[in-house]
Design a protein around this ligand. Structure first.
Ligand code: NI
Length: 154
């Protein structure tokens, strides 16, 4: 469970409060992140992280309030040696079998597996399913791409 402490409980609504927080991560991951944001022209990590948070919030709001029929592809990368992980991912998929159209499994190397799961439903439903799969402990990388048939755009 994420514990959030309000650093500015007495700030009035009209004032903004600058909060600071620490992040623990592998040095190699941080090095890669620094290269990524430098390539995008950011001069510091804070601005890059603020933009990523804003983007995530906007995307989440759009996806959770839209009832348009959608199709989503969920891409997962994980180490199949992680205890019970393959079983847990399969269990999630079986409990949403009506929404899942297809699943592709690729053995990337001796340790890693790639799964691409195609799911149908409203944006809310597909997002929820993707969150469950991507949020499964041990999944190294996960990404949802939502699309529609574009009927409303002609
Ligand atoms: Ni595999």
């Amino acid at each position: 469970m994420l514990k959030i402490r309000n650093a500015c409980p007495t700030v009035r609504k009209t004032m903004t409060c600058l909060a600071r927080f620490g992040i623990s991560l592998d040095q190699s991951l941080l090095d890669s992140f620094d290269k990524l944001i430098a390539g995008k022209g950011y001069v510091n990590r804070s601005e890059a992280i603020r933009d990523m948070i804003r983007n995530a919030l906007v995307e989440d709001q759009v996806e959770r309030t839209d009832n348009t029929p959608t199709v989503g592809t969920v891409t997962l990368v994980y180490d199949h040696h992680t205890r019970d992980l393959s079983d847990r991912l399969t269990e999630h998929q079986h409990s949403h079998h009506n929404a899942i159209v297809s699943a592709l499994h690729v053995h990337l190397d001796a340790h890693h597996c790639l799964e691409v799961i195609v799911a149908r439903g409203t944006a809310v439903q597909v997002k929820r399913l993707a969150d469950e799969l991507i949020g499964t402990k041990g999944v190294k990388h996960g990404k949802l791409v939502l699309t529609t048939v574009g009927a409303e755009t002609g």
